[in-house]
Design a protein around this ligand. Structure first.
Ligand SMILES: O=C(O)CCC(=O)C(=O)O
Length: 271
């Protein structure tokens, strides 16, 4: 009988069916849509039913076109949902990390939420990432782990992730930049990619060295997904390298809304 850890070490990934309850994923998905609905209302003057998928997602595309900055900020805010952060620290996740060999699990970076659709792209590649290894971005422990899961059922048509089994043992491959968008510049065996498929609640756990890429979302719908990243602080080279933290997280130097707030607005808040 092969253990989960042996399987993970061999393939560089495991897929756990029904790891989360559909309700806990749906809570995050609902809150994220509610967040966008607030800005859809403000910018487009439209009240949308978040459960009417096509209507709601069309409104997302319209918001993207009408006010890109607001769309991006709302997407970033969605990564700060308390429900999402709570899920990322659940003991069943931490126990999973421990069973994969983590002695000292720690959050690598704040959770990410992605909304993959060609209608949510300004010609860039962020909606459809080329082959890459996440370790290049995080530079954490050698056993850094990425957890990827969708908030909607997804397979090939929605462009679910494609992974190269065993590639985590090939070392850090050459890439054209150091970010997520940096595609690997070395030859990769096209036929060896596995197309993943998920139902809501399923979880993909993979080594940050595993080569993976977005599939091609050929539908008119958005592929909503989440990525959680962890480091093992007990990993010797991470300690020797002084715990690098290459994610840059800094405040804006100037006021985003000039001349805001007025004293009177604060008096109203605290009245
Ligand atoms: O979900 C995707 O299409 C790509 C996600 C990914 O590769 C990543 O976050 O590293």
């Amino acid at each position: 009988m092969v253990t989960m850890k042996e399987q993970f070490n061999k393939d560089g990934y495991i897929i756990l069916k029904n790891f989360f309850s559909k309700e806990e994923i749906n809570q995050i998905y609902t809150e994220a849509r509610k967040l966008f609905a607030l800005q859809i209302q403000r910018v487009l003057g439209k009240s949308v039913d978040i459960d009417n998928k096509d209507e709601f997602e069309q409104a997302m595309f319209d918001l993207f076109e009408a006010d890109f900055n607001t769309f991006v900020n709302t997407g970033k805010q969605a990564q700060h949902l308390i429900s999402l952060h709570r899920l990322g620290t659940e003991s069943k996740l931490i126990n999973l990390l421990k069973s994969l060999g983590y002695d000292f699990p720690m959050i690598g970076v704040r959770p990410a939420m992605q909304f993959n659709s060609r209608y949510l792209s300004k010609g860039g590649s962020h909606w459809k990432l080329g082959a890459h290894q996440d370790w290049r971005t995080g530079q954490g422990s050698l056993d850094s782990i990425v957890m990827w899961f969708p908030m909607v059922d997804c397979g090939e048509a929605l462009g679910s992730l494609q992974i190269l089994p065993g590639s985590h043992k090939d070392g850090l491959l050459k890439a054209d930049t150091s970010g997520y968008l940096g595609s690997i510049q070395e030859d990769l065996p096209e036929d060896a990619y596995i197309q993943t498929e998920f139902e809501v609640g399923d979880l993909l756990v993979f080594s940050a060295f595993l080569v993976h890429r977005s599939g091609n979302n050929v539908t008119n719908n958005i592929r909503w997904s989440i990525q959680l990243r962890y480091n093992n602080m007990a990993e010797p080279t991470f300690q020797e390298r002084g715990f690098p933290m290459p994610y840059i997280y800094k405040p804006e130097a100037d006021l985003v809304t000039p001349d805001f707030p007025k004293k009177q607005q604060l008096e109203t808040v605290f009245s």
